[in-house]
Write a protein that binds this ligand. Structure first.
Ligand code: NAD
Ligand code: DAU
Length: 351
C-alpha cells in the first residue's frame, strides 16, 4: 500500500536506523525525515540511503507550530513516527527549558497538525510516539516496568517525556486521534552521539582519557541493540493497536561498572593492549543528580501480541558496536567538534 510518512528526528541515533529500515523495506512509501539538525542530528548517518527516490529530508523545528502546520498541510502524511527530542539526561539537568520546548511543546505542535490535517477522519492514520522507560522512574533490585507501571519521572528529561506521553494519550482519549506509544529501554549501536555512556567510553578508551563513572557505578540499565528497536517500531507501526502502549526492552540488564569492564576488555583486545590496561582509566566521579538506580523492562506484551523479540545477543551487539566506532573515525571526528569540547569541559570538570 502507498503511504506517506513523516519521521521526526530521523537524523539522530535511533531515528536514522528507523528511516533506513522504512526507506529500504517499503520502497512504495514516501518517507519524509523532518529534523532540526541540532548537535545530535547528523545527515551523515543516512548517506547510504539519501539518494533513494522514496526518501526526502526536510530541515525544521517542531517547536515552530506554524511551520509544522504548514508542512503537514503540504505533505498530507498518513502516519507520523515521532522521535525528535532532546534526549540526554545530563543536558536536561543543566538546561531543562530546551527539553520542555522540544519534548512537550514540539509534541503538541505535531498532535495539533495531525488533527488539522486528518480533519477528524482518522481511518488508516497513525500518530506513533516514541518514548522511554525512564518515565516509569527507578526500580529497586527486583521487578520490571510493565505498561501498567505508574509514571514517576525524576529528571527534567524523563518528566518532559512523561508530559509528552500524557498529551499523546489525551489527544487519543479526547479527540479520538489514533495514537500509539512505545516505551523503550537504553539503546546502543552505531551512530550514537558520544555523550551517551557506550560511545563516550569507547572514544575515551581509544584516546586514553579517563572514564568518568558516576557514583559507584552500581546503576543498572537494560540494553537493546538499536536495530532491534527499529524492528519493533516497524512492527508496532503496522500491527500495533491505536490507544495502546508497548514496552520494548532487551531483557539484558547490566550494572554500569560491569558493562564498562566488559567494554574495556574488548577494547584491550581490539587495540592490542595488555589485558587490564583500559580498566585503569576508570575514574569514579560525583553522581548524576536524581540518578535512577535501575531500569528493567517487561516486554511480554509486544512479544505475545505482536511477536517481537530482540535478534542479537549482547556479546555480539557490543562487539559489533565497538568495531563500528573504531572503523568510523571520520564520523567521530565530524561530531567531535569545538562545541563538543565545550560541552565536555562543562560536564566533567570539577566532579
Ligand atoms: P538523539 O538525541 O540521537 O536524536 C534526536 C534527533 O531529534 C536529532 O536528530 C535532533 O536533531 C532532532 N531534534 C531535536 N530537537 C528537535 C526539534 N526541536 N525539531 C526537530 N528535530 C529535533 O536521540 P535518540 O537517542 O535517537 O532518541 C530518539 C527518541 O527515542 C527520543 O524521543 C528519545 O526520547 C527516545 N528514546 C531513546 C532511547 C535511547 O536509549 N537513546 C531509549 C528510549 C527512547
Ligand atoms: O532508558 C532509556 C534512556 O536511556 C533514554 O530515554 C535516553 O534518551 C538515553 O540517553 C538513556 O538514558 P541514560 O541516562 O540511561 O543513558 P546514559 O548513556 O546517559 O547513561 C547510562 C548510565 O551510565 C547511567 O546510569 C549514567 C551512567 N553514566 C553516563 C555517562 C554519560 C556514567 O556513569 N558516566 C557518564 O559519563
Amino acid at each position: 500500500m502507498k503511504k506517506t510518512l513523516i519521521i521526526t528526528g530521523g537524523a539522530g541515533f535511533i531515528g536514522s536506523h528507523v528511516v533506513r529500515l522504512f526507506v529500504k523495506k517499503y520502497p512504495q512509501y514516501r518517507v519524509v525525515n523532518l529534523d532540526k539538525l541540532t548537535y545530535a542530528g547528523n545527515l551523515e548517518n543516512l548517506r547510504d540511503i539519501e539518494k533513494l527516490p522514496n526518501y526526502e529530508f526536510l530541515k525544521g523545528d517542531i517547536v515552530d507550530g506554524e511551520f509544522i502546520l504548514d508542512t503537514f498541510r503540504k505533505i498530507q502524511p498518513d502516519g507520523i513516527i515521532h522521535l525528535a527530542a532532546e534526549s540526554h539526561v545530563d543536558r536536561s539537568i543543566s538546561n531543562p527549558m530546551d527539553f520542555i520546548m522540544t519534548n512537550i511543546v514540539g509534541t503538541v505542535n505535531l498532535l495539533n497538525a495531525a488533527r488539522d490535517c486528518w480533519k477528524d477522519n482518522f481511518s488508516d492514520k497513525l500518530f506513533f510516539h516514541i518514548s522511554t522507560d525512564e518515565v516509569y522512574g527507578s526500580l529497586g533490585s527486583t521487578g520490571h516496568f510493565t505498561e501498567e507501571t505508574a509514571y514517576d519521572p525524576h529528571s527534567p528529561y524523563s518528566a518532559s517525556k512523561a508530559g509528552s506521553d500524557h498529551l499523546v494519550r489525551a489527544y487519543h482519549d479526547t479527540f479520538g486521534l489514533p495514537a500509539v506509544i512505545t516505551n523503550c529501554s537504553n539503546n546502543y549501536g552505531p551512530n550514537q552521539f558520544p555523550e551517551k555512556l557506550i560511545p563516550l567510553f569507547i572514544n575515551n578508551i581509544k584516546n586514553n582519557k579517563p572514564l568518568p563513572v558516576y557514583g559507584e557505578g552500581i546503576n543498572v540499565r537494560d540494553w537493546l541493540f538499536v536495530e532491534d528497536h527499529a524492528a519493533a517500531i516497524d512492527l508496532v507501526f503496522h500491527k500495533g493497536k491505536p490507544g495502546e502502549t508497548y514496552n520494548i526492552g532487551g531483557n539484558n540488564e547490566w550494572k554500569n561498572i560491569d558493562l564498562i569492564r566488559k567494554i574495556c576488555g574488548i577494547m584491550d583486545n581490539r587495540l592490542n593492549r595488555n589485558p587490564g590496561t583500559s580498566e585503569k582509566l576508570i575514574t569514579f566521579i560525583k553522581d548524576r543528580a536524581g540518578h535512577d538506580l535501575r531500569y528493567a523492562i517487561d516486554s511480554s506484551k509486544i512479544k505475545n501480541e505482536l511477536g517481537w523479540a530482540p535478534s542479537l545477543m549482547f556479546e555480539e551487539g557490543i562487539e559489533k558496536t565497538i568495531d563500528w566506532y573504531l572503523n568510523n573515525q571520520e564520523w567521530l571526528n565530524h561530531v567531535l567538534s569545538g562545541d563538543y569540547e565545550k560541552y565536555y569541559e562543562k560536564q566533567y570538570s570539577n566532579r
